[in-house]
Design a protein around this ligand. Structure first.
Ligand code: SAH
Ligand code: SF4
Ligand code: F3S
Length: 470
């Protein structure tokens, strides 16, 4: 952990007037990790735009490179250092060309967890800024160009950040992320998030609605509400009352143009009846739910401190399916958690067969410094974990393919998002988050259109427009 400078820096909400006068500088942001980092990267770009920074998809020649990092697994965290090495070379080349200095900044969860170590291990880094402090980037960057070596880590004051951020958003297509909740109080024994993102905190309803209206006015039709435990959302209403996620989604669905709402990630214990009902009663709430369980073994769930058992999860899924027959499920799984035996793993495979997933993310357990599981006995052999991961992914893949195949012949609503690979092809999203490719659909980008599914790709569906839209 490194020196905390929590000086109250002025919010910078109204800088639009600076845009015209500022010289154009190139900003490259590389984002690792979860959707919340994707959201944060967009917001960092929003903050820096008024200072004359235009986003570039190339690091080469950039005046400012921001690495928005992830600490969740060792591999993700290690990537940062190799990336910094690459940037150092680019910086030298840029300077040799007489194009001025490249500023290198590290943001995100690695910055929060090991900022001091980054500054020591990678002297090329100009500044380090944690996920709750990035609203102070404009000031930091200004200072860095004068004197190198600023480090800033806000200790978990997300309200300060959201107060400083404008609710005005740029849209980069018909879908967008919107963070409504941050942090986690669950303390699963394997996980760093409670340490990198702090305690659970929910944004007030009014500011979320404002941001959503800004997005909708720019053509956004589908928003994904983000939170580490988004279904625990309890932000304040205008009258000071605590809201809930289903109530928030109701208000959002009344915004003109916002036709689809998703949310991620949820914890099974916060899956209320009211939220299940929202799936059945609010047509904007998509029939898709990412509900990580991590393991199907009661013993492992206990060791993970997931705070529920196998049967409770299976029962919850049954209630969901009864209320929302067309719901598709997705999950996260960890294999090779300390103490996981072949029997425990079989319990996980059995749970997957019982539940049936449309998709899932699965990971080999990664030992994270400072987490309780890192000190647990019975660390699982790498090769054994590899084998389990492969078997689990094969099963999930089979289920995902079967679900897609079941859609062939059906007509489903697709939100067209962007041009496809060639010609007038466009690619959109099914209600269940599949990519759907359709010919002669480029003119329909931004619209929700019925599409007949005629085939299945590896990670996608092939659709045909109904005659009336062609
Ligand atoms: N708040 C969310 C997401 C947390 S991180 C949730 O509760 O599901 C996303 C996923 O990364 C987790 O669900 C878990 O499957 C995985 N993960 C977290 N820590 C990990 C670790 N130490 N090793 C392997 N996978 C991990
Ligand atoms: Fe990590 Fe568990 Fe919190 Fe999810 S619920 S962020 S896995 S501690
Ligand atoms: Fe990674 Fe931080 Fe997200 S650790 S998964 S970027 S909350």
């Amino acid at each position: 952990m490194f020196g905390l400078e929590k000086g109250r820096l002025k919010p910078h909400k109204h800088r639009m007037s600076e845009t015209a006068s500022a010289a154009s500088k190139k900003l490259h942001i590389k984002t690792y990790g979860c959707q919340m980092n994707v959201y944060d990267s967009e917001r960092m770009a929003d903050l820096l735009r008024p200072l004359g920074y235009a986003v570039s998809d190339q690091a080469e020649g950039a005046d400012l490179v921001l690495l928005n990092t992830c600490h969740i697994r060792e591999k993700a965290a290690e990537k940062v250092y190799s990336e910094i090495g690459r940037l150092k070379v680019m910086r030298q080349e840029k300077e040799a060309r007489g194009e001025g200095r490249m500023t290198i900044a590290v943001a995100g969860c690695v910055a929060q967890a090991e900022g001091e170590e980054i500054m020591n291990r990678a002297p090329a880094v100009d500044l380090v800024v944690g996920p709750q402090a990035y609203h102070q980037l404009p000031e930091l960057i200004a200072r860095t160009t004068r004197a190198k070596g600023e480090r800033l880590k806000a200790d978990f004051a997300p309200e300060d950040k959201f107060d400083a951020l404008s609710t005005e958003r740029q849209a980069s297509g018909p879908t967008a992320f919107l963070t409504v909740q941050e942090g986690c109080d669950k303390f699963c024994t394997f996980c760093v998030v409670p340490y990198t993102r702090g305690a659970e905190w929910s944004r007030p309803v009014a500011s979320i609605l404002e941001e959503a209206r800004s997005l909708a006015s720019k053509g956004v039709r589908e928003i994904t509400l983000l939170g580490q435990n988004v279904n625990a959302y309890n932000g304040r209403e205008a009258d000071g009352e605590e809201s809930t996620l289903p109530r928030l989604m109701q208000a959002l669905s009344e915004i003109e143009g916002l036709d689809r709402i998703r949310y991620t990630t949820s914890h099974p214990n916060d899956m209320t009846d009211e939220l299940i009902r929202a799936h059945a009663e609010n047509p904007a709430v998509m029939p898709y739910l990412h509900l990580p369980v991590q393991s199907g073994s009661d013993k492992i769930l206990r060791a993970m401190n997931r705070k529920h058992g196998r049967q409770a999860y299976i029962d919850l899924i049954a209630r969901l399916k009864a209320a929302v027959p067309n719901i598709a499920l997705s999950g996260d799984f960890i294999v090779g958690f300390p103490g996981e035996t072949e029997k425990d793993f079989e319990d996980t495979m059995d749970l997957i067969r019982t539940v049936g997933y449309a998709s899932a993310f699965s990971f080999k357990y990664s030992k994270r410094p400072g987490t309780p599981a890192a000190a647990m006995p019975g660390q699982v052999d790498e090769a054994v974990a590899d084998g389990r991961l492969q078997a689990l992914q094969a099963l999930i893949n089979e289920q995902a393919q079967a679900f897609k195949a079941s859609l062939v012949g059906q007509t489903i609503d697709v939100l067209f998002e962007k041009p496809g690979r060639y010609g007038q092809q466009a690619v959109g999203r099914s209600p269940w988050l599949h990519a759907v490719f359709a010919e002669d659909a480029a003119h329909l980008i931004g619209q929700i259109v019925p599409v007949k599914i005629v085939g299945v790709g590896n990670n996608s569906l092939i659709g045909e427009l109904e005659k009336v839209h062609a």
